[in-house]
Design a protein around this ligand. Structure first.
Ligand SMILES: [Zn+2]
Length: 372
């Protein structure tokens, strides 16, 4: 099994400079080869693939010798990321979706990271340090023991300026959880984060809502500071920190929900993620982001895999909230999100909107499994 362990790191001045340089070099490599692939494709419809890029990089490093100051595997990973972006692009073209050509990485992007691959013992974790290629031993808050074999390390800096390393390990021995003897359908919602087919409710803490006033105040302050000033930078960091605080709370809550579901049930049926048109609505988009559905889906996926449980995804377009779970009658009145409870006109069963939806999701999940 694979598992990632994320720790905060505290690079010294020299290390910090080299980390920043590596961010710059990996971005340069990404953009340089994106431009090259684009040009080759546009001029003679030729594909300049990963291997072509990789061998070109070897000679390019002789010209731009500053590229040799940073970890070579980080540059390779950047080419790999570019290749994945292309593969996704081609997949979208094939499936007839909106292609969305791979985009250049901007210097102003606040999400900075690079990935070093483990070769021999170039990446190692000690009690209070992490060893990374070219960077040496960096002070690190190792909050838990890692298991398995290290395959890579992702170094990142968040918008408020903190540095982290995420160490990816393989061959991690994870014990499957005991059988719970129960199966469940899960309806993800806004009013409540998740409702199960057996009527378990997970509240949506709405961290973002609570912090919104504070955030608005900080953002107003930020907008009043003159561009490029020290005070503006301080204000920007305050905003970034609050964003990070909210994101951490959201993440913790998602972990609580998913761990509880994986512990209580052996099979979990849930809907695939939100329709795009729903997120076009600005206010709803904010609420959806706050609910962290995507994060919940991601965690359920890997936790089910870790602990020997089963996850079934049900197509969004399955009308789970409109169908009576007892008799199958389709009640289009429930399209209106304000309808929280309803009585089935055909069989008379009284339904809680979300529990009924969750039951339908479970049934649909079981049907998918039976035909698979
Ligand atoms: Zn009915």
């Amino acid at each position: 099994m694979e598992k990632a362990y994320k720790f905060r790191i505290y690079p010294n001045k020299t290390q910090e400079e080299l980390i920043q340089k590596t961010f710059g070099c990996t971005r340069y490599v990404y953009n340089y080869y994106l431009a090259m692939r684009k040009e080759k494709y546009e001029s003679d419809k030729a594909t300049f693939n990963y291997y072509a890029c990789s061998s070109d990089l070897t000679s390019h490093k002789k010209v731009k010798d500053w590229l040799r100051e940073v970890d070579a595997t980080a540059l390779q990973s950047s080419l790999n990321d570019l290749d994945i972006a292309y593969q996704n692009f081609f997949r979208r073209v094939k499936s007839g979706g909106k292609p969305g050509y791979p985009r250049f990485k901007s210097k102003r992007d606040n999400r900075k990271s690079f990935k070093s691959k483990a070769v021999g013992s170039n990446i190692r974790l000690f009690d209070k340090y992490v060893r990374l290629p070219k960077l040496g031993n960096i002070k690190c808050r190792v909050s838990k023991q890692i298991e398995g074999r290290i395959i890579s390390a992702n170094v990142s800096q968040n918008p408020s300026g903190k540095y982290f390393v995420s160490v990816l390990c393989t061959d991690v021995d994870i014990q499957p959880m005991e059988r719970a003897g129960a199966i469940v359908g899960v309806d993800l919602g806004l009013k409540e984060l998740a409702i199960t087919s057996d009527n378990q409710h997970f509240a949506n803490p709405k961290h973002f809502n609570k912090s919104q006033k504070k955030l608005a105040k900080l953002q107003r302050r930020l907008s009043r500071k003159s561009k490029g000033s020290n005070n503006r930078e301080k204000a920007r960091i305050k905003v970034a920190r609050l964003h990070e605080h909210i994101a951490n709370q959201r993440l913790d809550n998602a972990h609580k929900v998913t761990t509880s579901l994986v512990r209580d049930y052996d099979l979990i049926a849930m809907e695939t993620l939100m329709p795009k048109n729903m997120v076009k609505n600005h206010r709803l988009a904010k609420a959806v982001g706050d609910a962290a559905w995507g994060e919940i889906a991601r965690q359920l996926e890997y936790k089910c895999n870790w602990y020997g449980k089963e996850l079934v995804k049900v197509d969004r377009f399955y009308p789970s909230s409109q169908t009576c779970n007892s008799c199958g009658y389709k009640n289009s009145d429930t399209k209106n999100l304000a309808v929280r409870e309803w009585g089935c006109p055909k069989c008379g069963t009284h339904h809680d909107r979300d529990v009924n939806a969750a039951k339908n999701i479970l049934d649909e999940g079981l049907r998918i499994l039976s035909v698979a």
